[in-house]
Ligand binder design. Structure first.
Ligand code: AMP
Ligand code: ZN
Length: 681
């Protein structure tokens, strides 16, 4: 009897395991499918919210049932593993570089060399030359097993953990793929994603990333894969390597790779002659700016793999492929003067003031010189004729000096040692390229910059006070920090330039009104390094009062979602300053909101639980901003544009017709202001 019972329990256990395994497999398949649609095909087929729910469920099931571990489960996309040293590993197939060509003649010479070795006609595949970091991915039985950087071509760094977080890299292939092969591609940062990363840096007062390419390759070597997961990287594939391949031409290879789930751009084209190749090149030289990512040329490849094999390789590169490099848009002009700017954080940026010149459709007067090393490396001097280029950079840069035109009396540039604004000795931290003015509380541009940040729209949003007035107030000795604003009187400001009685009154009223600005925005306004708008919201929500933040330990700070070491250190360092403590005491005294209001605490709910809203049009009962706040206070998210992930569009009067059409097409619910307010009841 006992035996049968035991058998029965064992049997039940077995059935349960089967059901759980099935559930796990099904969830993994579903998530993979949605990932593929979104990141490879650019089509969303599930809302963010639902995706997250499924992912969380899968994470839970995997944690409870470690026997079903799969290194390529979609749960590994979010990263989390930390690598201190990336292991160097050999490439199975060497990664060659490409020969470069710059003209029609170069390409015709190449064709002539090919024709000496090959009988019969030759066709070419033309592809875009993606400007990023090269990558080799190894797949076994349809699973990604390794991702290695190019390195020296023979061996590279194993960055598999980081590459797994790039959503367009398939972890599991579909269709009829070979058992074992390598695929080559380029890890890139699309321009929109790059711009967004820089917006966030700007907001947090950090130095901007220079260009998408370096940022992409730098990302691969980040130690924390969770950081990599946050970057909008993509992987574009272009070439397959295996002992035997199930196709006979490069072009077919691209198609196959696409079928197996890889992101292979569709711009590739077949050309029957070098003339057709040139047509492709000319087209993309003009239209390259329409692409969502940067390219620096075109790669032309002999299409037939048999012919490729006959042509073989030189010591460095394949004879069957040729890169055609676009000319970077470049001009020469005279550098009149080098000046130095001091930013809000005290960072010094040398600026080249140029003789105005037209470049890529705009007039260029200034270029960044980045830092002292850069000036020294290129030996840039005032009076020099310099080459200015516009690549993916935000402002143009100087790439070289035309030494033949250097004036006879030219002197090497002596980088400044003192702050141009306050004469304090500059410092340069170990390992950093930038010089800093350490006089945080006495250097005018730093003081002005901080107060300008304090009053800016997303911070205290003080009506009647602009950036120029702040500079006037500081320069006239009326204020030294943002707490001083609250002691200003009309009588003090009326004598200022361009200040009338009415505007003085508005200014003082604006300052008074800012005492109602909610805590999270005050926290952002304080200008703590790395504490941007989003981080401020997170901290305010978690700690609720400035005192709690001030006294939070490092551990307590990093336990908050998305707060890392760097932010925590910066917050702690901010509050160790006696001056900062005093300023905050004063703000408290004036009545500035330094904690979440009781009313707000009472108003916060999770009624909208992660639902994504888009707000469009004009509203009658609440303002747009109030509406957005209501959404966030009640646990919803506000997004700027409609996608399949949107749950609701709250439509006011005059909702844009294209928005309406898009919402209807995607089947997103359109609700009125009243419907929305009802949801909160
Ligand atoms: P280079 O670094 O100038 O020698 O150019 C060779 C590199 O171009 C290769 O290592 C690839 O990383 C990159 N590349 C970008 N797009 C392609 C493409 N469509 N085909 C081959 N290589 C490409
Ligand atoms: Zn200074």
């Amino acid at each position: 009897m006992k035996q049968t019972l035991r058998d029965f329990v064992g049997f039940l256990f077995y059935i349960c395991c089967m059901i759980i395994e099935q559930q796990i497999t099904q969830l993994r398949d579903e998530l993979r499918h949605h990932n593929y649609n979104y990141y490879v095909l650019d089509e969303a087929t599930i809302s963010d919210f639902e995706f997250d729910q499924k992912l969380k469920l899968l994470q839970k099931l995997e944690a409870e049932n470690p026997q079903f571990f799969d290194p390529n489960s979609p749960t590994h996309r979010v990263g989390g593993e930390v690598t201190k040293n990336f292991e160097t590993v050999p490439h199975r197939y060497r990664m060659y570089s490409l020969d470069n060509s710059y003209s029609k003649e170069d390409l015709e010479d190449w064709e002539a060399r090919i024709q000496k070795m090959i009988d019969g006609p030759v066709e070419y595949t033309c592809e875009l030359k993606y400007d990023g970091a090269s990558m080799s991915l190894t797949y076994e039985n349809g699973q990604l097993v390794k991702a290695v950087t190019r390195g020296d071509g023979v061996q590279g760094d194993d960055v598999t953990i980081n590459v797994k977080t790039i959503k367009s890299v398939p972890l599991q292939l579909k269709g009829d793929f070979p058992n074992s092969f390598d695929i080559r591609g380029e890890i890139i940062l699309p321009l929109a994603g790059f711009a967004k990363m820089n917006e966030e840096r700007l907001e947090a007062g950090e130095e901007l990333y220079r260009n998408p390419r370096n940022t992409a390759s730098g990302s691969l070597k980040l130690q924390d894969s969770a950081e990599v997961a946050k970057r909008p990287l993509e992987c574009l594939l272009y070439s397959l390597k295996a002992d035997t391949l199930p196709f006979t031409t490069q072009f077919e290879g691209l198609e196959k790779a696409r079928q197996w789930g890889f992101k292979v751009p569709k711009e590739a084209k077949l050309a029957k002659s070098i003339d057709e190749v040139l047509e492709y090149i000319n087209y993309w030289d003009i239209h390259r700016h329409d692409l969502p990512y940067e390219i620096d040329g075109v790669v032309v490849k002999v299409n037939n793999l048999q012919q490729q094999e006959e042509l073989g390789y030189t010591a460095k590169s394949p004879r069957w492929a040729m890169a055609f490099k676009f000319k970077a848009e470049q001009v020469t002009t005279v550098l009149n003067e080098i000046t130095y700017q001091v930013g809000r954080t005290g960072a010094i940026t040398p600026v080249a003031n140029l003789e105005p010149v037209e470049l890529a459709g705009t007039i260029v007067k200034r270029a960044s010189l980045h830092n002292a090393d850069q000036i020294k490396k290129l030996d840039i001097r005032e009076g020099d004729t310099v080459y200015v280029e516009k690549g993916g950079e935000i402002i143009p840069k100087i790439i070289a000096v035309e030494f033949s035109k250097r004036p006879a009396n030219s002197q090497p540039t002596r980088y400044i040692t003192q702050c141009p604004e306050c004469k304090t000795q500059l410092i340069r931290n170990e390992g950093e390229a930038q010089h800093y003015c350490p006089n945080v509380d006495g250097c005018p541009p730093q003081i002005i910059g901080r107060i300008q940040h304090f009053i800016s729209r997303k911070a205290m949003d003080i009506e009647g006070l602009g950036g120029e007035t702040v500079a006037l107030l500081v320069n006239n000795g009326l204020i030294k920090n943002y707490a001083d604003l609250y002691e200003l009187t009309e009588a003090q400001v009326i004598p200022l330039e361009r200040m009338a009685e009415k505007s003085a009154e508005n200014l003082i009223n604006g300052i008074e009104a800012s005492k109602q600005v909610p805590f999270e925005r005050v926290l952002f306004a304080l200008g703590i390094r790395y504490v941007g708008e989003t981080v401020a919201k997170k901290l305010a929500k978690h700690f609720k009062t400035i005192a709690a933040i001030e006294h939070a330990s490092f551990e307590a700070l990093i336990s908050v979602d998305e707060i890392g070491d760097r932010i925590a250190e910066s917050v702690i360092s901010f509050f160790t300053s006696e001056e900062h403590k005093e300023i905050i005491e004063r703000l408290k005294h004036y009545g500035v909101q330094l904690e979440i209001s009781a009313e707000k605490l009472a108003n916060q709910t999770n009624k909208l639980g992660g639902k994504i809203f888009v707000v469009s049009g004009v509203f009658t009962k609440v303002s747009r901003d109030e509406l957005k706040k209501l959404i966030e206070d009640n646990g919803g998210k506000v997004s700027g544009s409609i996608s399949a992930k949107t749950n609701f569009v709250v439509a006011g009067d005059n909702m844009g017709p294209s928005k309406k059409e898009k919402a209807e097409k995607l089947g997103v619910a359109i609700i009125s202001e009243d419907d929305f307010l009802e949801m909160l009841q």
